[in-house]
Design a protein around this ligand. Sequence first.
Ligand SMILES: Nc1ncnc2c1ncn2[C@@H]1O[C@H](COP(=O)(O)OP(=O)(O)OP(=O)(O)O)[C@@H](O)[C@H]1O
Ligand SMILES: [Mg+2]
Length: 257
Amino acid sequence: MSSSPLSIQSLTHRFEAGTVNEKLALDRLSLELPAGQFVTVLGSNGSGKTTLFNTILGKLIPDEGRILLDGEDITRQKDYKRALNIGCLYQNPLRGTAPDMTIEENLALAYTRKASRSFFAVNRRDNRYFRELLAGLDMGLENRMKTKMGLLSGGQRQAASLLMATIAQPKLLLLDEHTAALDPGAAEKVMHLTETIARRDHITTLMVTHDMDYALRVGSRTIMLDSGRIVMDLSGEERARMTSGALAELFYAKGKR
Ligand SMILES: Nc1ncnc2c1ncn2[C@@H]1O[C@H](COP(=O)(O)OP(=O)(O)OP(=O)(O)O)[C@@H](O)[C@H]1O
Ligand SMILES: [Mg+2]
C-alpha cells in the first residue's frame, strides 16, 4: 500500500530575483499532509499553486525551505527520480500521455516505468489487469485498448490519464485543475474516479480546483493560497459547516487585499 506523509517546510521561491520583475511566488509556505490525506487547494490566479506543485515535482528548486516525502528530503532530488513516486495530472488532457500510442501502450509504459521492468515484458496477466482497470472507469474503454490515446474525448483521456498516474502506486498525487477543461458531466465522473482511486489506494493527494463545491466536497481538508502563503486551512467540523457561498466570499475578500 502506498501511503506517505508530505512535509513542506517554509518554502520560498522568487522568480526573476533581483530584477524589477521580481515575484515572490512562495512565501515561507509550510504544509503537513499525513499519509493518505486528500487536500483540495484553492487560490486566485497567480497565488502560487502551480509553483508549489513545480517545486514538489522538482521542475523548480526553491530558494529556501525543504520538501520531505515519506520522510525523505526530496528538495534537490532530480525530477526524473521523484517522478517515480509522484503521479500528476493537469488541466490539459493532452499533457502527460503519448497521443500516438494506444491506451494499452500508454498504460504499459506507466506501469513498467517504476518497476524498472521492460515495456516489452508486459504479459497477458498485465494486460488483463489493464482491462480490469479500464472496465472500472465504466466508459467502455476496456474494449478500445488498441485505440490511440489522441482519439479519445477529453473526459475519456483524463480518466485514462488518471489510471496512468496511479497505476504504479505513487506516494503522492498532484492534480492541477484536472477537470477544468471537461464538461460538467465528464468532470463529475472524473472527480468521482479520482476520489475512488485515492481512497482505495490511500494516496496522499493535493488537488487544485477553482470550483468551490469540489473544494469542499472532495477530500477531507481545504486550503487557500494567497500571494504564496496559506491563508485558510479548513478541516473537520469547521469544513463540514462551510458552504460554497461563504467560501466564495472568503475567496473574493482575500483576492481584494
Ligand atoms: N516562470 C516564471 N517566471 C516568472 N514568473 C512566474 C513564472 N511562473 C510563475 N510566475 C509568477 O509566479 C506567480 C505564481 O504563479 P503560479 O503559476 O504558481 O500561480 P497559480 O496559482 O498556479 O495561478 P493559476 O490559477 O492562474 O494557475 C505569478 O505571479 C506568476 O506570474
Ligand atoms: Mg496554476
